[in-house]
Design a binder for this molecule. Structure first.
Ligand SMILES: Cc1cc2nc3c(=O)[nH]c(=O)nc-3n(C[C@H](O)[C@H](O)[C@H](O)COP(=O)(O)OP(=O)(O)OC[C@H]3O[C@@H](n4cnc5c(N)ncnc54)[C@H](O)[C@@H]3O)c2cc1C
Length: 263
């Protein structure tokens, strides 16, 4: 995580392995990878923006059995000591949908070109490969508020979509989701009082700038505010700065997390 004030909760489930059952390009910049198998019975499902450390295989020799069950500082140090030839690459992802009755989970990957590991791995439609997950809990804080505000770019679409799905049905406010292409919009199950704004950026504009512009133009919020901002680092920190400095939202009411950093 780049910059963040979200708390991590470590589940007892430890390292949970699963197999890629399906991988489909669902829109111009998204591949949905469905993982499953009996071992997902161990998964602690909490909904909302639940996220996890995803261990991605880099070759047929990759091992998951020597990873630490909690990815805290000690777990990370243990990971760094593993031989490079057999250790997986670790990245952060969100549960897009979990189907306990089928023991299946969908993960939506932004495909962002050839750089990196996880995006290109998903783009290769890795059906049949094994992955491992280490649960990290939710960043969104479930507190009562008059206005709920969610803001993110496409990397946070799974998080914002999950929060909208699991919010109490009487929640009201705004969800701002910035995408590169109108075709990347997804069906979301939002409470009636939540206005969902799909914001498409122009190719020559920095990721997150258009969503921030939209945020600044929202009318004054009524009552208390509970906010969640995630995505490219400047979007997450910029949203927090605007809410705290210009809308007088208490710092403690803004959960923010830089999901990645643009170069
Ligand atoms: C809590 C949390 C939950 C997340 N959930 C999701 C999720 O559900 N789906 C998802 O797609 N991402 C999600 N992310 C973001 C994801 O972890 C990063 O995008 C990660 O960098 C991808 O790894 P990589 O190996 O593809 O690229 P890296 O090796 O990390 O980076 C390689 C290059 O790609 C660029 N890059 C990385 N991500 C993006 C992007 N999204 N768009 C454009 N350029 C990019 C980097 O700037 C860098 O130059 C989440 C992050 C966090 C912290």
């Amino acid at each position: 995580m780049v910059s963040s004030n979200i708390a991590v909760t470590h589940a007892d489930s430890g390292v949970v392995t699963a197999d890629v059952l399906e991988a489909v390009q669902i829109s111009p910049h998204f591949v949905r990878v469905t993982i499953g198998g009996e071992r997902l019975r161990e998964w602690r499902h909490v909904g909302f923006d639940q996220w996890f450390r995803l261990a991605v295989p880099t070759s047929g020799d990759t091992r998951f059995d020597n990873l630490a069950g909690t990815f805290d500082m000690a777990g990370y140090l243990k990971y760094l000591m593993l031989p490079r030839s057999t250790r997986p690459v670790i990245r952060n992802y969100t549960v897009r949908e979990f189907r306990p009755e089928l023991l299946e989970m969908d993960i939506d990957f932004v495909v962002h070109g050839d750089d990196g590991v996880a995006g290109p791995w998903a783009a290769g439609l890795p059906i049949g490969q094994e992955v491992a997950l280490i649960d990290q809990g939710c960043g969104f804080r479930r507190v009562e508020a008059d206005t709920t505000l969610l803001i993110g770019d496409e990397s946070a679409l799974p998080a914002v979509g999950g929060i909208l799905r699991d919010l109490p049905r009487d929640a009201s406010g705004h969800a701002l989701i910035e995408v590169a292409d109108l075709g990347d919009r997804q069906e979301v199950t939002a409470p009636e009082g939540m206005s969902v704004h799909w914001i498409v950026r122009r190719p020559d504009v920095a990721v997150g700038a258009t969503a921030l512009e939209h945020l600044r133009e929202l009318p004054p919020f009524s009552g208390s505010v509970n906010a969640f901002a995630a995505g490219e680092s400047k979007l997450a920190t910029g949203a927090r700065r605007h809410l705290v400095n210009e809308r007088s939202v208490p710092k403690a009411n803004v959960a923010f997390c830089g999901y990645w950093r643009a170069h």
